[in-house]
Design a protein around this ligand. Structure first.
Ligand code: NDP
Ligand code: OXD
Length: 306
């Protein structure tokens, strides 16, 4: 068996070592133009030339959960495209979002500023029931996040394409229930995949439907959020702040207003990192299953876009 590795911005050696130890008999190499045809590919942001040349691939394994960039390429039609299915990311997302929700609700930024100014002051405790958290996307990551936030007794609502039942989460589904979901939400968490249907989904029209004093946590993709609309709603006071991990252009350009905005906290696309060992173990298991003709989780539907 031949496995080719083509991951832009990723140091290949540890991945090659892990894949070679999982498949001692296989040829595992870094792709270069003109390389021999492989059976399976492990990829992140490969160039189009990679797929133009690698025409015999059975499996294409993306080392991230989001496949929006991959699906912009022309892929070999026979290949099964597989994304990471948790692989240690859901617990990281839960940490990030719970941190953001609690930091906002408990006004920890305000306390930090007071302490910095030498002030020993108390704020009146806020009512948890007035801070319902709404999670868009109830897949592998969103479901774990919604249930983790619910552990802190916040009211939690969720929204997905197909109807779901999740303990502790009031679930809404489909376009018809989107406005009701938004109207039930004060802290909005985005964990949707980026598809033609979800691009620009957080805009003036939708964010205006959040409860007054709304807060936005975007951990999915930058193109879900219309930046100017967020800024306008912060200026008007309808929204109170945002914590953003993903941006339309990454790294966020130095002149972008998000860098210095007092109500916006940014992090550099780090809410859930790809963990190498977990990912290699998952991909190796799936290559074995595919080779044995068995079903696997995490197969991408190119028509659906995720
Ligand atoms: P999943 O595919 O498991 O879940 C996607 C969820 O979104 C599903 O519940 C799906 O509904 C819902 N959804 C998709 N389209 C729509 C729509 N049009 N309307 C309503 N709901 C919709 O993905 P993951 O949870 O694994 O990952 C989510 C995203 O998180 C990734 O695509 C990626 O962009 C981002 N991500 C960001 C990272 C970071 O570090 N910032 C790290 C990892 C991922 P249904 O259940 O009905 O199919
Ligand atoms: C992912 C990401 O999609 O890292 O996994 O953003």
């Amino acid at each position: 068996m031949k496995i080719t590795f083509c991951c832009t911005g990723t140091k290949p050696e540890p991945w090659l070592a892990g894949l070679r130890s999982a498949f001692p008999g296989a040829e595992v190499t870094v792709w270069e133009p003109g390389a021999a045809l492989a059976d399976h590919a492990v990829v992140w942001a490969p160039p189009q030339q990679f797929f133009d040349e690698q025409t015999e691939l059975k499996g294409v394994f993306n080392i991230g959960a989001g496949v929006d960039a991959l699906l912009k390429l022309r892929l070999p039609p026979q290949a099964t495209v597989v994304r990471l299915d948790d692989a240690g990311m859901s617990v990281q997302m839960a940490e990030y979002v719970c941190h953001a929700v609690i930091r906002h609700f408990r006004e920890f930024d305000g306390y930090a500023a007071d302490i910095q100014a030498g002030k020993w002051t108390y704020r009146k405790p806020l009512e948890r029931s007035e801070f319902p958290v709404g999670v868009m996307g109830l897949g592998v990551l969103g479901a774990r996040v919604a249930q983790s936030v619910a552990q802190f007794d916040f009211p939690v609502v969720g929204w997905s394409r197909s109807a779901k039942e999740l303990a502790g989460v009031r679930c809404f589904a489909g376009a018809a229930q989107f406005n009701d979901f938004l109207a039930s939400t004060r802290i909005l968490v985005n964990l949707l995949p980026l598809t033609p249907e979800t691009r620009d989904i957080m805009c003036l029209q939708t964010l205006s439907r959040l409860r007054s004093g709304g807060y936005v946590i975007n951990v999915a993709r930058g193109a879900h959020l219309v930046d100017e609309d967020l800024l306008a709603l912060l200026a008007s006071g309808h929204l109170s702040g945002a914590m953003l991990d993903v941006f339309r252009s990454e790294p966020l350009p130095p002149e972008h207003p998000f860098w210095q905005h007092p109500q916006i906290t940014i992090t550099p696309h780090t809410s859930a990192r790809t963990l190498r060992d977990e990912s290699i173990a998952q991909i190796a298991g799936k290559i074995r299953a595919l080779e044995a003709g068995q079903a696997i989780l995490g197969i991408v539907d190119p028509v659906r876009g995720y």
